[in-house]
Design a protein around this ligand. Sequence first.
Ligand SMILES: Cc1cc2nc3c(=O)[nH]c(=O)nc-3n(C[C@H](O)[C@H](O)[C@H](O)COP(=O)(O)OP(=O)(O)OC[C@H]3O[C@@H](n4cnc5c(N)ncnc54)[C@H](O)[C@@H]3O)c2cc1C
Length: 514
Amino acid sequence: MSKGTEGEAAGTAKQRVVVLGGGTAGWMTAAALVQHLPHACSVRLVESAEIGIVGVGEATLPHIRAFVEELGLDEAEFMSATHATFKLGIEFRDFGRIGDRYLHPFGSFGTEMNGVPFHHYWLRMREQGRGGDLFDYSIANRMAAANRFAPPSTDTNSMLSTYSYAYQFDATLFAPYLRDHAVARGAIRTEGKVIDVELDAESGDVVAIRLDDGERITGDLFVDCSGFRGLLIGQAPGTAGVDWSRWLPCDRAVAMPTVSPPGPIEPYTRATAMAAGWRWRIPLQHRVGNGYVYSSAHIADDAAADALVAAVEGEPMAEPRLLRFRAGRRKRSWVGNVVSIGLASGFLEPLESTSIYLAQGAITQMIALFPAGGRIADEDRDEFNRMVDLEYDRIRDFLILHYHATTRDDSSFWNHVRTMSVPDSLQEKMELFRAAGRISKYTQGLFLEPSWLAVYIGQGIVPGGWDQRADAMDPAGLASALDRLRGKVAAAVADMPDHEAFILRRNAAIEASS
Ligand SMILES: Cc1cc2nc3c(=O)[nH]c(=O)nc-3n(C[C@H](O)[C@H](O)[C@H](O)COP(=O)(O)OP(=O)(O)OC[C@H]3O[C@@H](n4cnc5c(N)ncnc54)[C@H](O)[C@@H]3O)c2cc1C
């Protein structure tokens, strides 16, 4: 890699980072780079209004809060600018069985006792017809059901610290919001369409990109955020996609916003199973985002659009918009001097709102492994690729579980996903849980124990046993402890403000102070 010419820091030339793409991934990357490495790099972002952005990623995971905080953004102001609402989890309807409903909450169930996860005690009580509904031990679940919201407590001894939250925002406003922030801190924005990529004949590194107006932009490190096109990463050998469509057959979506219906703004995303996939419903402050994610092998585009229009509640604000994709990831996301982030690196359908999280994780890794002095070490690249692969592989298994753990046999799609063979890694996890409620643990990446528990139980996988240590407690004492716990959860939630009222109060405070 050549040395940059702009700026000098501690005797090392700044690296010239060129970000291709101004969607959510591109502007998240640019904003993070100017925030964390202003001394180490200059950032130039190229985007094309003619091509546009995907702009339907509206539901996020709690990790995004750290990203927002690290950029120094004011949460209330950011939420107001992107018409955001709070998200306490995802409600799944009709997945395990038609008529079923459960929330995958951001937070834990009950409290660990004597070092044993709570659900083992619950399983023991359940066997005796006691203990109630597992989901009543989740604060986030009860909050969502009651449309309440209050930020979690920072006191880790408090029950009110056992849940978390994310945001649901207008994706078409998020990238421009970050753009203003990044540009104000030194990122350079160039409008133009890339029509050619110049490679070094020997190393295969990208030397420059050429725009339709003839401008040639050189750089040291290129971040490919060009979306599904993968314009730069696609030039590198050995980066073709790993295809997971045999397990995740949904390959299209129709999206359509609607006017908010009268009634409360729910602090959660809803996923409702449909004949050939599922439908999202994401309530924002000013409208509702909807979309039908489906398998084109099981339903035609027109029929999917009709099914979406028939299912939504409010007045449509636009025609249904078609999007195509395929489940999978690049074999390698960082090759030579090109790092791919966002849709250019891969895509897993939005059933658990993981795409922006994956972009955030890749940005964090890239910044942590940012090449010092311009030399990209093979080990650093390998570490980046290892981490990205790990994240994708784990999320893949979790998503497949939502389809496979079902008794539905009412359509060719559900018959297919119910009877398909699943990856060994998922099969092993399911068997482990079925035997005695054990959930394989890992310290890095999505998803943790409570998430797996929610989907297993929510979709009807009930273990045949439990951790034997849970038998050490006297049953009558355990039953009353569980009753008390459920009562405490309900009482804590009853004291919380209404979600919409909380947002309106904060908006009013912003207006009053501006
Ligand atoms: C149906 C659907 C629903 C989704 N829902 C969610 C969700 O709920 N939660 C979530 O986290 N994620 C979701 N996602 C994913 C989310 O939308 C993306 O991860 C996010 O928008 C990032 O996209 P991106 O920036 O990688 O690509 P894009 O938004 O496609 O941006 C690509 C950028 O590259 C530029 N570009 C491309 N080619 C050129 C060129 N030749 N010259 C110059 N510029 C170029 C474009 O102009 C654009 O600025 C969803 C995706 C889909 C398809």
